[in-house]
Design a protein around this ligand. Structure first.
Ligand SMILES: Nc1nc2c(c(=O)[nH]1)N[C@H]1C(S)=C(S)[C@@H](COP(=O)(O)O)O[C@H]1N2
Ligand SMILES: [Mo]
Length: 528
């Protein structure tokens, strides 16, 4: 004979019911999202909405503290919140079965709302994953809680008359087990199908043979790379190149079906280009150092690569675009990516003769998916958020007065040329070295202006000229080194760079918002 489980048993089973319902919701939603759109899954949609709504200082803090793991941390946070919520709903349902189930539906509506309002939303169908997940989960919760609290059903275990409410232990165990197994199976199927759908993109990337550039990068002059342990390699490998973007799921774009549209104000011949179209054009190859506006003084979000691509100014000219200085009506070029990101760059800068390009290659490889395959923009001298659109699919000519891009809506500057900066790579902060010659070394950058001088100061001593590595181009960073005759004690090393033309890197310390951090980097070291 089974009587109603005591509170100590009922509460955990209610919580378990909630968790199983939540798990089923996610599994079903993710499976349905494969059919609809992978980005329409509730975790991705809610996470994306959260990223977009996070106040800039918090986002900046998250990037600083979690670095490139920021998105993983966010997803784990969402999962933890969902789990807590599922437990609460399970417990509520013990008392109020309908309200618990309705609560599940409400959270499904939140997921659906987030999905359809994402900038890359395909419309109302994006609600389907969340809705399907929520309906299944609500039904499951209703059923499981019913086993815990409901009256004995005919055919259930025999109950002595008058013994009070009973619970269907067997029904609960079977239902819960079936739900867990079913969710696991559905989840696995969803995962398998997701991998399968990205296979076309992977195959299209594997099939790319990058043509040789019509205008190759000059071979790196000898002396560009100093032989000093711990200094940033002049060329940053694709694997170690920093990654900064808002994409929770790295877009896997099939190059075979990819198209780029160029249109808007002053465009007399709108263009639609395929990936093959781009590869057939004259390609340029250039060394360019990319920097993120979120890079703190001394921070890691800067890297140099050899980019291969199509000159952006040529494509724009072909579309009939004239820069404002030649009477063109558009002063802003808005790039849009497949995941709905928007970046605004000055048309004047893109067409002023610098090597702005639509890049297809990075260090001799097709772009990695994380860095924008199949095509991204690169404009030397501008921070990434106003130039380096990854997974680009649309270029619209407009004005700064008429349109604010994604980060501009979130308090960052409309225009953001890269500030002259330097970084001490060695010695590491708070490291210990032996008295004698200690190599102080690092990198300095002032893209599209060039670095002419780097100076090092020990404590409050005079500024000493560092030795500069050979310059590759004015668009790249430059290594430097200073053999320091170190004496024992604690010392502060400070560095500053001077750009071509004589302007010294400003001492003024500012944070990253709104247009990039400034100030002199320093490290404190101990000499034994
Ligand atoms: N589609 C898309 N492109 C993007 C971003 C993004 O979030 N989405 N981030 C930009 C920013 S802020 C920077 S600094 C560079 C970083 O490029 P990387 O990840 O290849 O280093 O990409 C830019 N392009
Ligand atoms: Mo950035």
């Amino acid at each position: 004979m089974t009587t109603s489980p005591r509170l100590l048993v009922r509460l955990p089973l209610g919580a378990l019911s909630g968790l199983l319902a939540g798990f089923a919701a996610l599994a079903v939603a993710e499976l349905v999202s494969v059919a609809v759109r992978p980005e329409a899954g509730p975790i991705t949609a809610v996470g994306g909405a959260a990223i977009d709504r996070t106040p800039t200082p918090v986002k900046d803090w998250a990037i600083r503290h979690f670095g490139e793991d920021d998105k993983l941390v966010l997803q784990l946070g969402i999962l933890a919140a969902l789990a807590a919520l599922a437990v609460v709903l399970g417990l509520v349902a013990l008392r109020f079965r309908r309200i618990g189930a309705a609560g599940v539906l409400i959270f499904g509506a939140v997921g659906a709302g987030a999905a359809v309002t994402r900038p890359d939303s395909a419309g109302i169908t994006d609600a389907l994953p969340s809705v399907a997940g929520a309906v299944v989960a609500a039904a499951l919760l209703y059923y499981l809680i019913g086993r815990l609290t409901g009256p004995p059903r005919s055919g259930a275990t025999q109950v002595a008359p008058g013994s009070g409410p009973s619970w269907d232990r067997r029904g609960f165990v079977i239902g819960a087990s079936a739900a867990a197994a079913g969710s696991l199976g559905i989840g696995a199927l969803g995962r398998y199908l997701t991998d399968h759908s990205s296979r076309a993109a992977v195959a299209s990337r594997n099939a790319v043979t990058l043509p040789p550039p019509a205008s190759p990068a000059a071979p790196l002059p000898s002396g560009t790379q100093l032989q000093i342990p711990g200094i940033s390699s002049f060329t940053t490998s694709n694997k170690s190149f920093y990654r900064v973007d808002t994409a929770l799921v790295v877009p896997k774009v099939d190059a075979a079906t990819w198209r780029l549209r160029i249109h808007g104000e002053g465009v007399t011949r709108p263009l639609t280009l395929t990936f093959e179209d781009l590869l057939r054009r004259e390609l340029i190859e250039r060394e360019i150092t990319l920097t993120c506006v979120s890079n703190e003084v001394g921070g890691p979000y800067v890297g140099n690569a050899r980019w291969l691509g199509v000159r952006l100014a040529d494509l724009l000219a072909e579309a009939g675009v004239r820069p404002p200085s030649a009477g063109g009506p558009a002063d802003q070029l808005v790039s849009r990516s497949v995941d709905g990101m928007t970046l605004g760059s000055p048309v004047e800068t893109a067409m002023d003769g610098r090597d702005a390009m639509l890049a297809v290659g990075m260090n001799g490889q097709p772009l990695p998916f994380t860095h924008g395959f199949p095509v991204r923009m690169i404009i030397p001298g501008l921070y990434g958020y106003v130039s380096a659109c990854k997974w680009i699919e649309d270029i619209e000519l407009t004005t700064f007065a008429d349109y604010d891009a994604y980060w501009v809506k979130r308090t960052w500057a409309r225009k953001a040329p890269i500030k002259t900066e330097s970084r001490i790579d060695v010695p590491r902060p708070l490291s210990r070295s032996q008295a004698g010659t200690v190599m102080v070394a690092g990198v300095a950058w002032a893209q599209h202006r060039g670095i002419d001088r780097v100076q090092v100061r020990v404590d409050d001593g005079p500024w000493q000229d560092a030795d500069l590595a050979t310059e590759a181009t004015i668009d790249t960073w430059r290594q430097w080194s200073y053999p320091w005759n170190a004496t024992s004690g604690s010392h502060t090393l400070t560095v500053r760079a001077t750009e071509r033309g004589g302007r010294v890197q400003t001492e003024k310390r500012t944070g990253t918002v709104p247009d990039g951090a400034s100030g002199w980097p320093s490290v404190v070291v101990t000499i034994d």
